[in-house]
Design a protein around this ligand. Structure first.
Ligand code: GLA
Length: 386
């Protein structure tokens, strides 16, 4: 189901583009978040796993300061810039992610070489599975390795996040980059987004992680995202805590009159969602699918009614999946919202029922066709010599 272009084929493409083969490849995955949405930038908890969908960047160091980049997804385009000059956004959307990572690394004083690069990715784009974080982490890993920057995995993740925050102007949290850097096969990771500590939580063998991509075009996602973040920060300030991580439902109700309705609802989502993540870790450790099912249902309900980041097609898709699985499986929207994908957890014997329910109902109700991926949790960033 996952298309992976053989590395030899990619290296031939690299050779045709640059006249010599690549020396190594940097590989970083997309992610799916099992639970804990919009908690990361509130210093809270999340429970994602890395996917086996990866962004791979083949590269070879140059002896100047030029960065040349080709992408297998945009064969008629190419990105090129000299990083000894001031970096400003260029014309290519994807090229700006390269500029962004170079910008933040250089701003911190790291000495970078020039590189020829070729990108190939099978992370579905625009579906909330973090294709951009995969690119940022693969790039950070590439520079770290080839220029001996001695960065830790979490430092590489933070550079990816800063690239988004300070160059792309998306005020995202740390979840996507941290799981892309640190992911472990067959495990979800509970991330403490304050300390950046990670705790591996094994995904039981008999539990399937299923991604149902709604293919609903994500609109307004970045601007609404930034507005949610401001509401959360305001709510924390009004309650007198550093971040919503530090607030309780008791404190929230004490301040209800001082908060706008939106601030109250956004904070309620974050406070309850943090607790759901902690509960979901226990449920996953105990392979308690009934409890996971309830937590995922409550998480989706909270995203729909309190954080207000879902759209009718996503709510409908979650309902189709939840109804098919009942108490023996869970379903919720995953990622930033306003479209994207739904994540389901279920047993093998319920897989066919789930797929049939999506095929029978989703297109009929929303005139869209979903893509369904049955996934394994994959590994995080790695560099391989070629
Ligand atoms: C996007 C952001 C993450 C996180 C999620 C919502 O994926 O990049 O930092 O905030 O949305 O949980």
């Amino acid at each position: 189901m996952i298309n992976v272009t053989p590395i030899s084929e990619l290296n031939s493409a690299f050779q045709s583009a640059y006249g010599y083969p690549a020396e190594a490849v940097s590989i970083a995955p997309g992610r799916v978040n099992l639970i804990g949405e919009h908690t990361d930038y509130n210093d809270g908890f999340v429970l994602p796993c890395a996917l086996e969908f990866n962004t791979r960047i083949l590269f070879k160091k140059r002896n100047d300061t030029t960065i040349n980049v080709r992408s297998m997804s945009y064969l008629d385009e190419s990105e090129q810039f000299d990083h000894s000059q001031d970096l400003i956004p260029g014309d290519l959307h994807w090229g700006n992610y390269i500029r962004a990572v170079v910008f933040v690394l250089k701003r911190e004083g790291h000495q970078l070489s020039g590189f020829d690069m070729l990108i190939d990715s099978n992370v579905p784009q625009g579906s909330g599975l973090s294709s951009s974080a995969a690119l940022e982490v693969a790039l950070g890993g590439l520079f770290n390795h080839a220029d001996n920057l001695s960065l830790s995995l979490s430092e590489i993740a933070v550079f990816g996040q800063k690239a988004e925050n300070d160059f792309i102007d998306c005020q995202c949290g740390i979840m996507d980059q941290l799981i892309s850097a640190c992911g472990q096969a067959n495990n979800a990771l509970m991330l403490d987004c304050r300390s950046l500590e990670t705790q591996a939580v094994a995904i039981p063998n008999d539990l399937n992680v299923v991604i149902v991509n709604s293919n609903y075009p994500r609109k307004l996602a970045d601007s609404e995202y930034n507005v949610r973040r401001i509401d959360c920060e305001n709510a924390a300030r009004i309650m007198g805590v550093k971040m919503l991580r530090d607030a309780s439902m008791e404190l929230l109700f004490e301040h209800k009159d001082q908060l706008s309705l939106n601030e109250f609802k956004r904070a309620k989502h974050v406070i309850t969602e943090n607790q759901r993540v902690l509960d979901a870790v226990k449920a996953l450790q105990n392979n308690n699918l009934e409890s996971l099912s309830e937590l995922m249902r409550a998480s989706h309900h909270s995203m729909q009614h309190d954080f207000e980041i879902t759209v009718p097609a996503i709510d409908g898709l979650v309902e189709i999946c939840s109804n098919a699985l009942g108490k023996s499986g869970g379903a919720r929207m995953t990622g930033g919202g306003f479209g994207g994908a739904v994540v389901c957890l279920c047993r093998e014997q319920d897989l066919a029922k789930l797929i049939k329910a999506v095929e029978d109902n989703y297109h009929q109700q929303f005139s869209l066709t979903a893509d369904i991926y049955v996934c394994n949790a994959g590994n995080g960033l790695k560099i391989e010599a070629l």
